[in-house]
Ligand binder design. Structure first.
Ligand SMILES: [Zn+2]
Length: 348
């Protein structure tokens, strides 16, 4: 487990001033960017059947031995730039030079409900599919389309050695790789190094993501997984990032003859705090794109009713701020860059 420089608590970021800021300065709602759709949703219909008997699962086998690599897209139905990248591979008739390659469309039901007039709604049908990958109680009934789909896919995914899960983000953001809590996930993200920012965290209390699935994090398996957050959902920049990350992953996993090209070492940031909105009035002080670094410790980044939310250390990285955080939901994660910390301690 990677060393965490701070406990996963928000005690040191939340301050209730004696003279409450909200008493004298009611938070002014910040102007949010308009979310335009630069990339149209793809036609998934030719690819829904798959070639394995499981809808949406495509499998390609080389005659040369090698690992089973998989790329998954559409965990969230409105994050379709990943699906476009996979469709491009299918249209090209990709075959791995070694091992097995699976290309998997996850929440097809949610994607088919995508509507440009309300593009947020099709994230899922009944519940977030990326909180359902923990151990399931045997004998329990699947209560939602997402649970049913996860149960169908789980035995197949347990045959995967190396997995890249493609996502994108609602608000403007610098792309990042999410490595989760495991060293193997981090090692995979470091090899891919595209994009060059990796964030490690301890997952979600609400349930395990695909990259947190026991198969990928248990000590007794070598399997590894990481997740791309490519940037804003429907932007050309996110599609471009996704294509580059997919190409790099494929060059590492399915082409044993190719000399591995070494890329510059990515920055690694560890999530130290998860800030949860305690009121329905959580409000950032301005528009912070995910990936913005706040130089000074103690900078007020948000108010939450009577509380001020301040950065707990210098060079604090804001990860995926949620500008419409409801009460009890995550508003932002704060992360500390590992490389910078090492450089700083080396100088002192
Ligand atoms: Zn997502």
């Amino acid at each position: 487990m990677t060393k965490r420089p701070f406990p996963d608590t928000e005690r040191s970021v939340r301050i209730t001033p004696q003279r409450r800021l909200s008493d004298c300065l009611p938070p002014t709602p910040i102007k949010l960017p308009s979310l335009s759709i630069e990339v149209e949703p793809p036609d998934l219909s030719p690819w829904i059947a798959g070639n394995t008997g499981i809808p949406g699962v495509h499998r390609f086998q080389s005659s040369n031995p090698g690992p089973h690599a998989a790329i998954t897209a559409l965990m969230h139905g409105n994050e379709y730039v990943g699906a476009i990248a996979l469709i491009e591979l299918l249209q090209r008739g990709i075959t791995p030079k070694c091992g097995t390659l699976s290309l998997i469309f996850l929440n097809i039901d949610a994607f088919t409900r995508f509507c440009p007039a309300n593009p947020i709604l099709s994230r899922f049908v009944k519940e977030d599919m990326n909180r359902l990958w923990g151990d399931i109680a045997t004998g329990s009934a699947a209560a939602s389309p997402e649970q049913k789909r996860v149960r169908t896919l789980r035995p197949y995914i347990e045959t995967v050695d190396c997995l890249l899960d493609l996502h994108s983000m609602l608000w403007p953001a610098k792309p990042l790789m999410l490595a989760g809590p495991s060293k193997r996930g981090l090692a995979l993200a470091e090899r891919i190094a595209t994009p060059p920012l990796i964030v490690t965290d301890n997952g979600h209390k609400a349930g395990a993501r695909l990259i947190d699935m026991p198969h990928f994090v248990r000590a007794d398996t070598p399997a590894q997984a990481c997740l791309l957050e490519a940037g804003q959902h429907w932007s050309l920049a996110s599609l471009d990032t996704t294509r580059k990350t997919v190409a790099r992953f494929l060059s590492l996993q399915t082409n044993a003859q190719m000399q591995e090209q070494t890329l510059p070492k990515p920055e690694i940031a560890h999530v130290t705090h998860r800030v949860t909105a305690r009121t329905g009035r959580f409000c950032f002080t301005r528009m912070f794109p995910s990936g913005e670094m706040i130089a000074k410790r103690g900078t007020i980044i948000a108010t939450d009713g009577p509380d001020e939310i301040r950065t707990p250390y210098d060079n604090c990285l804001l990860v995926m701020p949620n500008f419409r955080a409801a009460r009890h939901h995550t508003a932002v994660r704060l992360a500390q860059i590992e490389n910078r910390e090492e450089e700083d301690s080396g100088r002192s």
